[in-house]
Design a protein around this ligand. Sequence first.
Ligand code: ATP
Ligand code: MG
Length: 415
Amino acid sequence: MMQTVRGVHDILPDEVAIWQFLEAKALTIFGLYGFTEIRSPLFEKTELFARAVGATTDIVEKEMYTFADRGGDSLSLRPEGTASVVRSFVQQSLHRQLPWKVWYRGPMFRYERPQKGRQRQFHQIGCELFGPVGPLADAELMAMVMHYLGDVGLQAALVLEINSLGCLACRTPYRALLIAALRQAAAHLCEDCNHRMERNPLRVLDCKRETCRATVTAAPIMLDHLCLGCRDHFYQLKGHLETLGVPYVVNPRMVRGLDYYNRTAFEVTSVGLGAQNAVAAGGRYDGLVEQMGGTSTPAIGFAMGMERLVLLLDRQKILARGMDVYLATLGASAENAGLVLAETLRRGGISVELNLGGGSLKSQMKRADRAQARFTVMLGDTEIEKRSVIIKDMAEGVQQEVARSEIMDYLLTRL
Ligand code: ATP
Ligand code: MG
């Protein structure tokens, strides 16, 4: 039997309503803040991700789906969305029309160890904001994330964590301090961290292993070593969040897996997800556009993991409202009349599941239940003669005869 690739899943019809709900909310909420959607390619030159995400990141070192196309170019399935958006920004010289605000949705690909909330093909909704350099933009973006998560019904379960990663000027000396401290503690750190610590030492602070976590509590933190500009930026950001009434906690050991971040980093975490507890993550990347060959432009963005949001949502509340009507028919002439009636109702905006294949009334009522129909409309020879139908309210259990000419009004006033 053919099966999906490990770590890759179908999103089945039963689940799709939740995804559509999340996407529709993104369109609405992000629209309130002036963001419009961009659709980037699913694959790019490998070099784009190596340069944007960073050659020493886990993503580029071991998680990309990289292949040579028939012309011999090295291409990769996108592991994240920011690199393509930045490429697009540079390619189209958009620095002339700032601010540029875009959001995206879609699949990302990483060769990771699949577990709950961690797939090899997963989906993100993300936003990128180009132009503003000050902390107002950071605060507004975080307010937008929390607005979105609140609107889909999740805010109560979530915590906004913030940190500052400094800038090139203050991170360089801090990095040296950190490496020195990590070297001293090397014996207590896992193999991965021993490997990481020279090349990407900040990542060690973020290791999920219990022993590493305990060990790094003693390591120096960036927040104690920020330069004046970075300290001020962080201080103002906290003030703006307080003014907005957006609750947050400072997590000085939160770093980002990707190299391009500076200053503000943030994550939204949930208590309900176990080890994979980050539902959204983002931050400022003021140097990336220039690094990618564009005109230096500050920027900030975030991405949310949709599978993790889906895990947290109360399905019952969102799941597909059923059909408005199940149309049950008994006998050949009723089947003909039903075909026409169903079409008429649909043109009036009423969703109809029509009985397409005989069956007793009892078996059709079962199908009506399965379609979660609000009403079952029953049509047999008697009703055809009387130019009427029987309409059963499935929740109330009551039924009523309604004239054919009245059906549309009858249903529309009750739906
Ligand atoms: P994590 O620490 O969970 O690996 P990350 O730092 O790799 O996350 P980002 O690259 O910042 O995450 O991606 C943003 C969001 O995308 C994450 O917070 C998470 O919700 C989601 N995400 C990342 N990788 C996966 C994956 N393999 N499967 C499902 N969701 C993912
Ligand atoms: Mg990861």
